[in-house]
Design a protein around this ligand. Structure first.
Ligand code: FAD
Ligand code: PHB
Length: 390
């Protein structure tokens, strides 16, 4: 089999890329390890920047998004038990959109099914070959048989634990990493959100976040130790702990109910450079991970893919390699700004077990400064809604 672009990974990055390429008349084949049912059920991100919403609209998968999305003009920060609203719209001119990643995944899969994009599920043992040669090749097994896929380029969209980043020689790849001494325990429930906008709380018992997927489905997160086991958290224990961390009026208004999903995600900042090696291009979580506090993971993945598709289209339409050659540097400039913001939001809102009394006081002062100053609020707002594409 042969194709123009072999895409490893059928998550948001891989499916967005396949769609952008398909619309431009460029062939691709997507190799995905999991089943379609698993992908549709996977609960992850929920907050989209306007640039991500625009991209989904442009590629014709925005119908359900535009019907079901919740648009938020502000966000709340809580510390010392007091609520502070940041008016994102007034400060940055932009809003943010709530729409679940699992819905985006389904919308993309439906569009690909209708378009007949070859997406091969339940593929194993993917390996990459010929990355610096005349042509690249993907080898994999499926239903017990070995296969080969010849391609001009390979897009590594296979997430943090995928095979593509590992195919870049160790002496070429530079890795920057920060692991945080805590994780997020998240639950999803069929309960109305406690507030019409998100609430990020810094409490002495640890960070808490009230977010949502719709007007009838809420998502909550608690800072827990990185080794915490979700099985040790009954729903009652989760809701009791959340109430302890929220301001009294929010805790009183909280509607609790059985969880539909409960899991612990570790927090990590990670960047691999460069994002290109010969015929291989990394995009999304394969190249970078942010702690979820800034809600940037999915949005960064969408931005990478937009640049990569533009570069591949330019190559096929004009023969110019300029955009492909500039891909890594262009993405990384924006990624590092989102990395800085995600690390900063995490530092501002979480309790670090090793923090000295001085550091705790400085954190409280920073929160007071940010919420009390228009310049401080603007800094948060313009990063949170998403920096412009340059
Ligand atoms: P992924 O979504 O990881 O997709 C990669 C795909 O590649 C997967 O489908 C995987 O099955 C497949 N794959 C992996 N290895 C192989 C292989 N060897 N062969 C074939 N296929 C392979 N971001 C936010 O903004 N907000 C959040 O609240 C948030 N919560 C998250 C919670 C969790 C538990 C996780 C893991 C991530 C979360 N993120 C969040 C991050 C966000 O979900 C990711 O940034 C986003 O999914 C990146 O998309 P991707 O397509 O690059 O990678
Ligand atoms: C979510 O809705 O899951 C969500 C929202 C904002 C974040 C992280 C997660 O910062």
């Amino acid at each position: 089999m042969r194709t123009q672009v072999g895409i490893i990974g059928g998550g948001p990055s891989g499916l967005l890329l396949a769609r952008l390429l398909g619309l431009a008349g460029i062939d691709s084949v997507v190799l995905e390890r999991r089943t379609p049912e698993y992908l549709r059920a996977r609960i992850r991100a929920g907050l989209l920047e306007q640039g991500t919403v625009d991209l989904l609209d442009e590629i014709g998968v925005g119908a359900r998004l535009n019907r079901d999305k919740l648009v938020h003009d502000g966000v709340e920060l809580v510390f010392d038990g007091k609520r502070h609203r940041i008016d994102l719209k007034a400060l940055s001119g932009k809003s943010v959109t709530i729409y679940g990643q699992s819905e985006i995944q389904s919308d993309l899969m439906n569009a690909h099914e209708a378009a007949g994009t070859p997406i091969l599920y339940e593929v194993d043992n993917v390996s990459l070959h010929g990355l610096t040669g005349e042509a690249a090749q993907l080898r994999y097994t499926r239903r017990g048989e070995s296969h080969q896929l010849a391609c001009d380029f390979i897009a590594g969209c296979d997430g943090f634990h995928g095979a593509s980043r590992e195919a870049i020689p160790k002496d070429v790849l530079r890795v920057y990493e920060k692991v945080y001494p805590f994780g997020w325990l998240g639950i999803l429930s069929e309960t109305p959100p406690v507030n019409h906008e998100l609430i990020y709380t810094n409490h002495e018992r640890g960070f808490a976040l009230c977010t949502m997927r719709s007007l009838t489905r809420s998502r909550h997160y608690l800072q827990v130790s990185a080794e915490e086991d979700a099985a040790h958290w009954s729903d009652d224990r989760f809701w009791s702990e959340l109430k302890l961390r929220l301001p009294p009026d929010v805790a009183a208004a909280l509607v609790t109910g059985p969880s539909i999903e409960k899991s612990v995600a570790p927090l990590r900042s990670f960047v691999a450079e460069p994002m290109r090696y010969g015929r291989l291009f990394l995009a999304g979580d394969a190249a970078h991970i942010v702690p979820p506090t800034g809600a940037k993971g999915l949005n960064l993945a969408a931005a990478d893919v937009r640049f990569l598709a533009e570069a591949l289209v330019a190559h096929y339409k004009t023969g110019s390699a300029a955009l492909l050659d500039g891909y890594s540097a262009k993405c990384l400039a924006r990624i590092w700004k989102a990395q800085r913001f995600s690390w900063w939001m995490t530092s501002l809102t979480h309790r670090f077990p090793e923090a000295s009394p001085f550091e705790r006081r400085a954190q409280a002062a920073e929160l007071a400064y940010i919420t009390g100053s228009k310049a401080g609020q603007t800094t948060l707002a313009e990063n949170y809604v998403g920096l412009p594409f340059e």
